[in-house]
Design a protein. Sequence first.
Length: 401
Amino acid sequence: MAYRALTEQEAVQYVKELPGLFSEGADLSSREIGDGNLNLVFDIREEATGKSVIVKQALPYARVVGESWPLTLDRARIESEALQIQYKRVPELVPQVYHFDQELALTVMENVGDHIIMRKGLIEGNRYPLFAKQIGKFLAHTLFYTSDLGSHPYEKKALVGRFINPELCKITEDLVFTDPYENAPTNNFNPLIQREVEAIWQNKPLKLEIAKLKYDFLTRAEALLHGDLHTGSIFVTKTSLKVIDPEFAYYGPLGFDIGAVIANLLLNYAGQHGLQADPGERESYREYLLETVEDVWNEFVSQFVQLWHKQAKERSAHVEGLWESYVNRLIQDTAGYAGCKILRRVIGLAGVADLNEIADEQTRAEAERLALAIGEALILQRTKIGESTDITDLVRSVTAK
Ligand code: SR1
Ligand code: MG
């Protein structure tokens, strides 16, 4: 079938014709529930049995802007293949793909609708005691097994080829690493922080460090990244976690994915200024978020290093001292990328609800100023970071100023 964007009814019809999903004659309902920046998402459900699937279809443009921003449909292939690679490594942490249609740029997958988007959960003040262990495992396994450490050199290079993702990478190159640091038309920030934003545009040492991080993003094909691992790409319950939406997947530096998780915890930390009125509750939740930042890194690194020692096929991986120097650089990359991802969410095109939902503009501006200061410190001081507590100490000291 030639490409066309499906209606709710056409999505039902499409699923009915797929073998093995629903019984013949099943009475299915369909609801378009996409609230992201790019795609259509249909929830197809059989009320009688409670069974449901998700149909996700790429639009030939970025939904957030409209048809004036054309965007490749190949991102649907990238997403569906990345989901399957990640599912192979950590099936409990990724939705299962049932079907992919290249022509329609459409994936049919497991519905994890009993979970909620983690960003929403954090805004509501929920705590997720297993989150760090789960996301640490996702990061360690998906990154290790797609890197030169955990895959055959031919297989790795073939994957690099399949995941050349130029148009979505260009979005990141522009929106994360370039536009927020100059007076670009895509920027979208609270006018009350104009002075702080202009100071960033004029901060040459900061811009140099961001340019170095961008250069590594452009050139360092280390592992198959998720590519957009913010808390809106993570579904959670108290006991379960599912990572969705890897359409920005490509081969890049590991710290970009780990940094994305940490950045989004810290965006919520900054947002607490307006999200939580009670100062005691706010402090306690902030401490929870900082502990989670430490645990995410510690879980990731302990599982990654364990895989390195037990599974690394690359012979040079076992040269004395290599893993320690790798991990040391990785935590600094992680801090730097976390910083860029914080700054882009305050200044650039796509903001986050953790800040945007603060109704009072003045309070919101104070939260945004804190986020900017944290982002800047993470980038400029990343070479002094050796362990996770260095990150959280830095955040505490910036907050105290
Ligand atoms: C036009 S896309 C804007 C942002 O949404 C996605 O989630 C990515 O973060 C991208 O930068
Ligand atoms: Mg997304």
